[in-house]
Design a protein around this ligand. Structure first.
Ligand code: GDP
Ligand code: MN
Length: 400
């Protein structure tokens, strides 16, 4: 699960990371009021920032023609005008794809006078099964590009998860960024705060791009100017406050529908829908479809003990994808009762009036009853004797 920048900054601030003063607004009037408050408290400029679950907003372009999803403004009226121009409009960035994302929320924030931009991130280094903290002097840029062109400009510290990030590691990174004097301690404190955010919230990624050296009243300090956090969905049950930050407007509608039925569904680009029980079998099913020259339209694991309702819901979800030209049901009933699957499929097909080729391979627990249910349903379906046979048949059916 991902959250918006304003939510990431709230969580970072709770872990001692300095962030600009600001608030989330969803209409132009409240954006103006927020700007008035910031200016009254001594800030000379205010930034209007589009809140979408995608980066590259600064360089993004709205479909309306407006340039930039991040605007620095010098008075509340300018904030109002920009807020009105952004809200409800579709912002297209390098990360959104050409369809873009509708901006429903803005972060109205005190603008900073930036002297230098850095990059800081914590993620999991899967190669060594440890957290890794990465920093770079090349802030504000696409980090993938920095990694490709000037990898020496990214410094890394591998963390022992049993002891956590040590203060000396944080100071080492701060020094590697070229910070001097008191700013080394400030940089180390901020880095430790970012690490603790990642660790304590079960995040998969915390990224500050840019982390800025800013100047205010002749004094320099470090501040997280942007913030992105991704969470491990399997650990979300431990964080009710983070679950409450979920923004359904930012998620694929079919994936939301699937999660309402506790189904693991991920939409893909192909045209063969799969309905499978168990994640491993679902992956193997996608592989075998590819092996026979087809392309899966989704990953779908209905789980080991799915009910008829869940199977029917799963079936309806995969059929809502307009790219789907054929369906492969591949069930190995270990715990799963094959007849439950068969009954669920029959109910869903009747309800939706399916007119696409449907290949079914059932094996295992109560398979005879399941096959009988399918045979007596009067539905036209193709049965597969084995996984390979079923995959071959569905690929043939969609290419015919
Ligand atoms: P992103 O484009 O989605 O990554 O959004 P960011 O929050 O990183 O903002 C994009 C860029 O806008 C930053 O890299 C900064 O250069 C600029 N920016 C954001 N906030 C401020 C600010 O307070 N002051 C100034 N001068 N520039 C800002
Ligand atoms: Mn950024």
């Amino acid at each position: 699960m991902n959250v918006h920048e304003f939510q990431a900054k709230q969580l970072l601030a709770q872990h001692g990371v300095a962030v600009p003063a600001g608030e989330m607004c969803d209409n132009p009037e409240s954006a103006r009021t927020a700007a008035e408050k910031l200016i009254a408290s001594g800030h000379s400029r205010v930034v209007v920032k589009s809140q979408i679950h995608a980066g590259g907003r600064g360089k993004g372009v709205f479909k309306s023609g407006l340039q930039g999803g991040v605007k620095v403004c010098s008075n509340p009226e300018e904030v109002f005008v920009n807020a009105r121009a952004m809200l409800g409009q579709t912002l297209v960035t390098k990360q959104t794809g050409p369809e873009g994302r509708v901006v429903n929320k803005l972060l109205i924030e005190a603008a900073s006078s930036i002297k230098k931009e850095f990059y800081l991130a914590v993620l999991l280094d899967r190669a060594v099964s440890r957290p890794i903290v990465m920093a770079s002097t090349e802030g504000g840029m696409d980090i993938e590009e920095v990694a490709a062109r000037t990898p020496e400009k990214i410094v890394k510290e591998s963390i022992d998860p049993a002891v956590g990030m040590m203060p000396y590691q944080a100071r080492k990174l701060a020094a590697a960024l070229g910070l001097k004097g008191e700013l080394i301690a400030a940089g180390a404190k901020l880095t430790l705060g970012v690490y603790r955010t990642w660790w304590e919230l079960d995040a998969t990624l915390v990224e500050i791009n840019p982390l800025c050296l800013v100047e205010a009243g002749g004094k320099e300090s470090l501040i997280a100017l942007d913030g992105k956090i991704g969470f491990d969905d399997n650990a979300l049950y431990r964080h009710k406050d983070i679950q409450a930050m979920r923004d359904l407007n930012e998620e694929a509608p079919l994936e939301i529908e699937a999660s309402n039925y506790q189904l693991n569904y991920i939409k893909l680009d192909g045209n063969i829908a799969c309905l499978v029980n168990g994640a491993g079998l679902a992956m193997a099913t996608m592989d075998i479809i590819q092996h026979f020259g087809g392309s899966p339209a989704n990953f779908l694991d209905v789980g080991g003990g799915a009910s008829e309702e869940q199977v029917a819901a799963a079936f309806k979800i995969i059929m809502q994808d307009p790219n789907v030209k054929g369906i492969l049901v591949n069930i190995f009933g270990g715990i799963m009762d094959c007849n439950v699957i068969a009954t669920g499929i029959v109910a869903a097909v009747r309800e939706t009036g399916l007119n696409l080729p449907l290949v079914v391979r059932l094996e295992g627990n109560n398979v005879v009853a399941g096959q009988k249910t399918l045979a007596e349903s009067g539905l036209t379906l193709i049965t597969g004797d084995s996984m390979a046979d079923a995959a071959r048949k569905v690929v043939k059916a969609v290419t015919a």
